[in-house]
Structures are given as C-alpha cells and as structure tokens.
Ligand binder design. Structure first.
Ligand SMILES: [Zn+2]
Length: 60
C-alpha cells in the first residue's frame, strides 16, 4: 500500500500489554512483548513493575 502524503492516516493504536513502574515518581514502562523477564525491574529506577494494558500506537 502506497503512502499518500495528502491524506494523513491516523496512527493505528491497539491495546498493548506493558510493564508499568510501581514508583509514583516514575513514568517508566516497557512493552511486555519486548521484555524477556517474568518480573522485570524498571530500567529507570529499578522499582518493581506491574503488568497493565495501555492503548499504544502499533509498531511496525
Ligand atoms: Zn521506574
């Protein structure tokens, strides 16, 4: 499908499983699909992370 500059397609978004940082002061999260750990630590502050779903842009 060719990209048409004249008609901006909205970025498709999908409900995505993520790991979210449990620290209130940190907005760190990562896509669960890209995490190989079963219980990952936040890459920013090393806090525990909890599984959530978020609406995120689809990645190619
Ligand atoms: Zn964090």
């Amino acid at each position: 499908m060719a990209f048409n500059k004249n008609r901006r397609e909205p970025v498709p978004e999908v409900e995505t499983e993520i790991w979210a940082c449990t620290s209130e002061n940190c907005s760190g999260f990562m896509r669960a699909a890209y995490s190989f750990d079963t219980e990952p630590k936040c890459p920013l502050c090393q806090s525990d992370m909890v599984k959530e779903t978020r609406i995120l842009p689809v990645l190619d």
